[in-house]
Design a protein. Structure first.
Lengths: 338, 338
DNA sequence: GTGAAAGCGCTAACAG
DNA sequence: CTGTTAGCGCTTTCAC
C-alpha cells in the first residue's frame, strides 16, 4: 500500500480511502481515484485480509454448519447459500457435523476463532449451550432445518408436522390401514414433528397407533445395519400395508430392504417418504413424497442472515420462517383394491 | 493474552510459548505450563486468528474449489476432505464453479486474498493462466477430477479412458452394436478421455464410429432442456440399441428421457453410465456403471496436499495419482437375445 | 527460564 | 484534499 502511495506521490491514507470506497465521502478527486485504481490493477495489489480483519474485526465470512454436506438436501442448500453470499461479498466456511454434538461444538468454536461474522447452523441434539452463548455474544446466526426447543432464535425450516400429516393422510385416504413409521432415534424438532404429524393423522381417522409399527434406528448406524433392521422389521410385521419413511436416506435404505425382502412397492406395500430425491422421482413406481423446497429455504436463510449482518444485530425480534413442503403424489401409494 | 500473563505474573512471551507448544523447546516449567493452560480454559480465551495470520502468514486454511457442491460426487469428496483437514488442524473454504471459468477465476482470487495455505481445484476450461500463476507463486495446490492439458501439476483422478473403454466393451461383448454416446460439450480432460475410451473400444471391435450416435449437450443447460434433447436424439436414431452416458447426471436425465419415450431399459435399450449414483443402484433394472472410488480420491488428495503443505513446497516433482474406477455390472445391459 | 520490544498491513481519528 | 500516527493481537528475536 505504501508503495502505491509513494509511486503516485499520495499518502497512504488516500489510498486506503479509495480502497474502501470512501473517496466520495472524503472528497477525493475522481482523477486521483482513477490513478489509484489503475495502479492497483497494474501491480496486481491485493489488500491483506488478515490485517483488515485484525483492524476492523470483520471478516466478511459466514459459517455454514450442516449435518452432512454429502447429502443431496444440504449439498444443494450449501450451493445456493454460497452463491448468494458471494454475490454480497461474503465467503462461506462450511462444515458437516455428522449429527454429532461434539463435532458441532468444536466446529462452532473453531469458526468463532476465525472471526466469522455470522452463522447458519443445523443444530444437533445438545447444542443448546453454544447457541445460548452465541445469543449472548450477539453473534448473528440462523438455525435451519430444525429448532432447538425452548430457545428463541431466528429459524428457517419446513412445516414438518404438516408434511407428515398430509403424507399419512394420503395413505389413509387410499385405503391403507396398517401404516408403519420408520425414523431415526432423535429428539430434534423436525423428527418429533414428523412423528406427531403421522400420529395425528392416524388419530384423526380413529386408527389405533400401534407402537410395534414404529421403527426408530440410530442415525450413526451404517446403511447396511439400517437396511437389515428394516428387513427384520418388515418380516416381523407382515400385516403392514404401507410405510412412511421419515427422511430420504431412510427411504432409500427402505427401498433396498423391500427389494431384498422380495416385496413389490405399490403392490404388496405402499410407501411414502419425507424429503424428495432423484431416486424417488425416477423409480418405477415413483415414490410419493413431501418435498422440501430447497431453493426457497436456502434463499430465505441467506437473505435473513444478510439482513441481520447488515443492520448490526440490533433488533431483538426473532423471525421464524416456516415453509410448507410440497406434497408430490406419485404411484408408490396407489388406491388399494379390495 | 496480556490479561492472562498479568494475572499469573508472567510475561506475554511465556504465554505465547505455551500457546504454541514451544514450552518444551524454550524450557518452561511444567507447573507454569499447567497454570497457563488452566487459566486459558477458565477464561475461555481464544487466540485471535487474524493477528496470528498477519504475523505468521499462515492461515491453516485450504480452499476446495469444485464444480458443484450439490452433486453427489463432489459433495462426498468435500465431506471427506473436510474431515481429514480438520483432523490436521486445517479449515476448509469451499466453493462451486458451476463449470464457469469466470467464477473459478474470481474464486481463486478471493481465496488467495484470504490467505489460504493451499488449494484443491476442479479445473474449468480456460483456467490455465491462474494455475500457472499459482505454480509461479509456489502455492501448494492439487487438481482433482480433471487435468489441464499441457500443464504439469499434482493431480488426483480416475482412469477415465479405462472406465469408458471397459463399459463400452461390456456392451459390445453383450451383443450391442449401435451404441450411442451422450456427453457434455467439454474440452476438459476427463470428458475427452471418456470419449476416447468409448471410441477406442469400438475401433478395437471394428465397429464403425457413427458421429450421429454421439450427442453432446452444453453443461449450462437446464435439466429439462437436456432431457428434451436426449428424447429427440433417441427418436432420430431408432437404431440405437444401447447408450453410454458420460456422467451420472446425464444418466439420470437420460433415464428420464427414456421413460418419457416409453422405452424399457434392458429390453428395448441397454444403458451404462460413468459415475455411480443411488438411482442406478436402486432402479429396476439397476444400471451398469464405472464407479469413482470417492473415498480413495478424497483421501489421497488431502493426504498429498497436507504433505506438500508440510514440507514447505520445496520439491519440484509432481505426483499424479490415477485411480482405476470400479466397473459394476448390473442388469441394465443384459446379454442380447437374438 | 523469562521479559522487552519490533512489527506483520491495514484503518481511521485527528490535525492540518 | 492529505499526512501522521496509534494500535488491532500476536510471534519471535535478542537480551538478561
Amino acid at each position: 500500500m505504501q508503495d502505491i502511495a509513494t509511486e503516485l506521490g499520495l499518502s497512504i491514507t488516500t489510498v486506503s480511502f479509495v480502497l474502501n470506497g470512501k473517496s466520495e465521502a472524503m472528497g477525493i478527486s475522481k482523477a486521483t481515484v482513477k490513478k489509484v485504481n489503475d495502479l492497483i490493477l497494474k501491480k496486481g495489489y491485493n489488500p491483506n485480509s488478515a490485517a483488515r480483519i485484525l483492524r476492523t474485526g470483520k471478516s466478511n465470512t459466514i459459517a455454514l454448519i450442516v449435518e452432512d454436506i454429502g447429502n443431496h438436501f444440504f449439498g444443494n442448500i450449501a450451493k445456493i447459500i454460497e452463491l448468494e453470499a458471494n454475490k454480497n461479498g461474503y465467503k462461506v466456511f462450511f462444515s458437516s457435523t455428522e449429527g454429532d454434538n461434539h463435532i458441532a461444538k468444536s466446529l462452532i468454536a473453531a469458526m468463532q476463532q476465525s472471526a466469522v461474522d455470522g452463522f447458519i447452523i443445523t443444530a444437533t441434539s445438545g447444542l443448546e449451550d453454544e447457541i445460548i452463548k452465541l445469543k449472548k455474544e450477539k453473534k448473528p446466526f440462523i438455525l435451519i432445518d430444525r429448532l432447538l426447543p425452548g430457545i428463541d432464535t431466528d429459524y428457517v425450516g419446513v412445516d414438518n408436522f404438516f408434511g407428515a400429516y398430509e403424507l399419512t393422510n394420503h395413505l389413509l385416504l387410499n385405503g391403507y390401514k396398517k401404516i408403519g413409521f420408520v425414523s431415526i432415534t432423535s429428539d430434534m424438532s423436525q423428527m418429533i414433528d414428523r412423528k406427531r404429524g403421522y400420529e395425528s393423522a392416524l388419530k384423526n381417522k380413529k386408527v389405533h397407533i400401534d407402537e410395534r409399527l414404529i421403527l426408530e434406528v440410530p442415525f450413526s448406524e451404517t446403511g447396511e445395519v439400517i437396511t437389515a433392521s428394516i428387513q427384520k422389521y418388515l418380516k416381523e410385521n407382515k400385516n403392514i400395508d404401507a410405510v412412511f419413511f421419515a427422511t430420504n436416506y431412510l427411504g432409500l435404505l427402505g427401498i433396498e430392504a423391500i427389494q431384498l425382502n422380495k416385496l413389490k412397492i405399490g403392490k404388496n406395500i405402499g410407501i411414502v417418504s419425507f424429503d424428495d430425491h432423484d431416486v424417488f422421482r425416477l423409480m418405477t413406481p415413483a415414490i410419493t413424497v413431501a418435498a422440501q423446497p430447497i431453493t426457497e429455504i436456502a434463499s430465505r436463510t441467506i437473505e435473513l442472515l444478510l439482513k441481520k449482518l447488515g443492520k448490526g444485530k440490533k433488533s431483538g425480534v426473532h423471525v421464524s420462517e416456516i415453509i410448507k413442503p410440497d406434497i408430490i403424489i406419485r404411484n408408490s401409494s396407489p388406491k388399494k383394491k379390495r
